[in-house]
Ligand binder design. Structure first.
Ligand code: ZN
Length: 344
């Protein structure tokens, strides 16, 4: 009887050892513990069966069973610990970051071509001592028209041309009201440019947009003449489009300047021979300018006997379109990445 149980003990020990070796998870180890040491486990069954043995044999077998039990418990706890370690290193391996792997491509934005053009224009004028002045996009009708000497019947005042907010306020149709604000808020010498957004009730097409950008300039001091105007704007044209361009001034009319002129520059593409960019004429119209009208200076309380000044204004989109060969103004506002990314 006792011999049979010894054989069984040995078999249980061997079996437990073999299965523990094969275990691949902590839960397998726990299953083995229950099958051997649990209430209905194989070793527990042997210990229970000992009651029917004679005292001597019972004592001997009890000692052997306890030894076997201790051995199995030790094997189980060693294996359980090993399983924990393996599971942890497997988890850590899964969480490892390979720093040599190529990163996720972050989409880095770039400055908009309009912003780039404004920055370039501003940089040129700042190099000639101009500061930057800014004003609100919602303006008073007074600052946008009256203070700029626009006659009460001036066509741009029309409801169909201008976005009115109320009877007295509107979305500015030009950046010129910043001139008015500067003249009213500052004593000469005044030397500023004012880049910004403007609005007109235009139907969008290849060359018109109801929202667009201008850069306006103003220089008021003692003894400022038309020669200063021409020199300053000629330098601008050369810095912006290349040292080879020449400029010419054609008489024009603006209510806020007298005399007024439009500046043309020789075509930077063909050098004046005539091409698609200059529409065959060899010249490109670039901006409007003139000597500030005394009525405008008076609005700012400036002594027109002592001070004179010149002003100019240009369309940012037009400059950008010329410079980059863009043929449709709407491209600037469609936010098509294929277009915008070309200006990085
Ligand atoms: Zn040309």
């Amino acid at each position: 009887m006792c011999g049979t149980q010894q054989v069984q003990l040995k078999a249980i020990l061997d079996e437990a050892g073999k299965r523990l070796k094969e275990a691949s998870a902590k839960s397998d180890v726990e299953d083995i513990r229950i099958k051997v040491l649990g209430k209905k486990g194989s070793l527990t069954a042997i210990l229970r069966s000992m009651g029917s043995l004679p005292p001597e044999e019972r004592k001997e077998l009890g000692r052997m069973a306890n030894e076997a039990r201790a051995e199995i418990e030790a094997m189980i706890s060693a294996r359980a610990e090993e399983m924990s370690r393996l599971e942890q290193s497997a988890r850590l391996a899964g969480e490892t970051i390979d720093v040599t792997e190529p990163g996720v491509d972050m989409r880095l934005g770039s400055r908009h071509p309009i912003t780039l053009t404004i920055d370039e224009i501003s940089g040129i004028f700042m190099g000639m001592g101009f500061g930057i002045a800014e004003g609100p996009e919602v303006e008073t009708v007074f600052n946008n028209f009256d203070a700029l000497n626009a006659a009460p019947n001036h066509p741009s005042r029309d409801l169909t041309d201008t976005f009115y907010i109320t009877k007295d306020t509107l979305l500015r149709t030009q950046t010129s009201p910043v001139q008015v604000r500067t003249l009213m808020g500052q004593a000469p010498p005044i030397k500023v440019i004012s880049p910004g957004r403007c609005f007109r009730a235009d139907t969008p097409d290849a060359t018109h947009s109801p929202m667009f950008h201008q850069v306006e300039g103003l220089f008021v001091d003692e003894g400022v003449t038309m020669a200063d105007l021409k020199g300053t704007l000629d330098v601008f044209a050369k810095r912006m489009f290349g040292e080879g361009v020449t400029t010419k001034f054609r008489p024009h009319f603006f209510p806020f300047t007298e005399p007024s002129a439009e500046m043309d520059m020789s075509c930077f593409k063909c050098g004046g021979k005539g091409c698609r960019v200059c529409k065959g004429s060899g010249w490109i119209e670039i901006l409007g300018c003139g000597m500030v009208h005394p009525n405008v200076l008076r609005v700012g309380g400036i002594d027109t006997e002592r001070y004179t000044g010149f002003a100019f204004g240009m369309g940012v989109e037009r400059i950008a379109m010329l410079k980059h060969g863009i043929d449709d103004i709407r491209l600037f506002y469609e936010n098509d990445m294929r277009f915008i990314e070309q200006f990085k």
